[in-house]
Design a protein around this ligand. Sequence first.
Ligand code: UD1
Ligand code: CA
Length: 460
Amino acid sequence: MSAPPLAVVILAAGKGTRMRSSLPKVLHPLAGVPMIRRVVNTALTLTDAVTVVTAPDADAVRESLSDSGVTFAVQEQQRGTGDALAAALTALPASARQVLVLCGDVPLLGNDTLKRLRAATPEEALGLVTARFPDPKGLGRILRDGEGCITAIVEERDATPAERRIDEINAGIYLLPAQRLGDWLGQLSSDNAQGEYYLTDVVRFAVEASLPVTAVTCEDLAEVAGINDRAQLVRLERLYQQRVAERLLAAGVTVMDPDRIDIRGELEAGEDTIIDVGCVFEGAVTLGRGVRIGAHCVIEHATIDDGAVIAPFTHIHGAHIGCDARIGPFARLREGTDIGAGARIGNFVETKKTRLGAGSKANHLAYLGDATLGSGCNVGAGTITCNYDGVDKHPTRMGDEVFVGSNSTLVAPLELADRAYVAAGSTITSRVPADSLGVGRARQRNIDGWKRPAKPKQTD
Ligand code: UD1
Ligand code: CA
């Protein structure tokens, strides 16, 4: 039998005061992705009917999800989790038979656990996700009777000392029968330690109505970890990063220290690739086989082919790097950079919208913007493409085996044809033909017998 039609409600209107932040709690990122986005993505694997409950002033949350297709409900006042779900009731599709409640601050809950919850919860029953926490402080505890049946959830602040010793906790994830919800939420009272309408009270109502209450236990505590403050967020971040590092290790990639890597996106890497300590990867990054990434590189939205070597302290954003190329240390490769096979970009070289053909080199201290270089070119230290006239950007084109002497100023638009040679220190403003030398500087003259300036003699 297929599962009954489902709607998901994500509670995300809480104040998040414990974050001490002007950014709404659920927008704080975990591994580069806002927590709420992770929860929404998981929800969308189950159904298209996803409603996010936000506070009235949470425009930033709604904007950050505007492309996701979810609907929003507004909870006027933050009066507790039960009140938050009540705010979403009118937004639910009439066809929904079950309502899955997720929390915007439980970012790593996996859809396998949710599938288990659905499989374990008949349409008329109330389903919960629980876990055993060595330190359950601050969380709602699961109360069970002598037969092991769940009877209620009690919040830490309302619990007796004996109840506080219970280590089975409520993860804040519920699968509820849709047609009971209006009735149950209408019965909630705020007569508790926090003066809030607790969603957890619906468990008691289900028990009173003799409905089955089922629970699935989640063994992976990271999945059910709720984030209330920054310490919890960074601890969960480290745990997540270690797991990503372990997966890379298992796939044949050496991560020199799994405690010192940050992958804030999707990193794919081939076998025998080595990643030294302190590197940050953002967005989609693909590394081929046998790539070496030196310490403290930041690599965003990039593809790096087999055998390329990225030396330490290099920043790459939006670039493709060909096989066996060598980059850095201290290089900055910006958007639209395409480095050919075996090419070389050395220290303090910046590139933007620039193609280097195979084997071309810019070994030190240069800026190459809007430039296309053929193969086997050599760009000397201190060379600058003057690509911007204050209004427009202009291209520089070099053929193959062009040699640009040190400290040259290449005023674009400009073409240096095959095997053109530019004398060091030149300012080049017009085309240099193939096999020609371009010299664009004043001729040196020497003045014989030149007297150095001298300080006038002191007289007293
Ligand atoms: C809640 C549960 C607790 C459980 C824990 C798991 C209740 C009463 N307690 O406690 O049993 O162990 O989650 O993480 O439900 N929210 C709103 N509007 C509100 C209040 C909260 O939308 O008025 C949202 C928050 O944004 C958050 C979620 O509901 O995403 C949980 O709220 P929070 O205040 O963090 O509850 P906990 O104290 O963690
Ligand atoms: Ca919480």
